[in-house]
Design a protein around this ligand. Structure first.
Ligand code: GLY
Length: 392
């Protein structure tokens, strides 16, 4: 084991000055990106440091719009607001016309873009888009097994599975219930997380990436990885989705058992950090490995720890708040980009997918920026610098 909670406290916590400097650098890069990435979106990951312009496709475009809303919240600069607003219209059209939405990632797409827009500006078009997305997501709920099917045509036996990432799609459903008064959305989200936590958490507190459900009986069948190193390993980003996902569902569930689930998943993550605190892409790898890092996993975990802060009793809250500040110290120092001529992204050293003997992925976005890493890094900076109302 690489770390204990005590050894993590031995690292320097990020300071206010470092946070402000990192935030200013991030905002400056976003400002320089606006001419290219207003009518277009950045690709999911960078290529040799640079995102390419794409249409509003894949599961990742909402992060860019979300980063613009974070920049607007921090600076109040009109340029960020108007660019994000242009993209809200694109999100409305995407869900209206059902473009690349045969999957569960409605929360990733619509919470940081349209729910954020509605919360910040009261924009009714954004609200309508987010509610359409919530309805679409709810349609993927499978009564048999009580879960939201991640990918593929709903009900298809070969696709009858949930994935840990989906925990971040649930806040869209909680929000939809709050907005409409229809409890169906929240009940679906609660059903999903209860099923997910029963299957994906292993005895050693690591998590499966995906879990198949038997379509005949609705019973959990078996866990396999998609993006991890092995079926039995802990994919770092998956574990991070678990941390933040539990924190986001906790106030909806009001079930004390979820505090323990949170500490188990989070402590596993912290204990397996390498010496420089920047996560490898899978926890099979540790200090000294030549495998690539996934900085985005660390940024997501920081946001989860900071979100859970308000629900924990002070001793426990302090433990995770302080751990989060150590991870942010490492991220701002080693991964925060400050040079637009080096990269047009914010957080260096992410990994979208890494091929291994046991997964079916091809290398993609290895040691590159990715839009969710950028977004969660900026969200973490925002959380530590301001009194932020979450978009989730
Ligand atoms: N949600 C997909 C991923 O984390 O790569």
């Amino acid at each position: 084991m690489a770390q204990t909670l005590e050894t993590i406290m031995g690292y320097p916590a990020v300071t206010e000055t470092q946070l402000k400097e990192a935030m200013e650098a991030a905002v400056e890069i976003l400002r320089a990106d606006l001419p290219v990435f207003t009518e277009h979106f950045p690709s999911s990951n960078s290529f040799e440091g640079f995102y390419r312009p794409t249409e509003n496709v894949e599961w990742t475009t909402g992060f860019w719009t979300g980063a613009l809303w974070l920049a607007y919240s921090y600076t109040k600069e009109e340029a960020f607001r108007s660019a994000a607003q242009v993209q809200v219209e694109s999100f409305y059209e995407r869900i209206r016309d059902q473009v690349d939405v045969c999957h569960h990632d409605m929360g990733f797409l619509y919470s940081p873009s349209c729910v954020a827009a509605y919360k910040l500006t009261g924009d009714e078009r954004a609200r309508e888009a987010a509610l359409l997305a919530a309805e679409h997501l709810a349609g993927r709920f499978r009564e048999k097994g009580q879960f939201i099917q991640a990918w593929g045509p709903v009900g298809q036996a070969s696709e009858y599975r949930l994935i840990i990432d989906c925990l971040l799609n649930l806040p869209l459903l909680y929000w939809a219930s709050q907005e409409t008064g229809d409890v169906r959305y929240a009940k679906i989200a609660q059903g999903h997380i209860r099923t997910a936590m029963k299957c994906i958490l292993r005895e050693d507190d690591s998590t499966y990436h995906t879990y198949f459900i038997d379509p005949e009986t609705g019973k959990p069948a078996y866990g396999v990885t998609h993006q991890g190193n092995r079926d039995g390993s802990a994919w770092a980003r998956g574990q991070a989705w678990g941390i933040y996902g539990i924190a986001l569902s906790y106030p909806q569930l009001k079930d004390e058992a979820y505090i323990q689930l949170f500490t188990r998943v989070t402590d596993f993550f912290l204990r397996h950090l390498p010496e420089d605190l920047i996560t490898y892409w899978d926890f099979d790898f540790d200090t000294g490995s030549t495998e690539p890092r996934d900085s985005s996993a660390a940024a997501i975990a920081v946001c989860g720890m900071l979100e859970m802060d308000k629900y924990l009793e002070e001793g426990l809250a302090e433990r995770y708040r302080e751990a989060a500040k150590r991870l942010m110290g490492a991220l701002t120092l080693r991964c925060g980009n400050r040079d637009h001529s080096r990269s047009n992204g914010l957080l260096l050293h992410g990994t979208y997918a890494r091929s291994s003997k046991e997964n079916t992925c091809k290398d993609r976005g290895v040691d590159e920026c990715n839009t969710w890493g950028d977004y969660f890094y900026m969200e973490a900076l925002t959380r530590l610098l301001t009194n932020w109302e979450k978009f989730w």
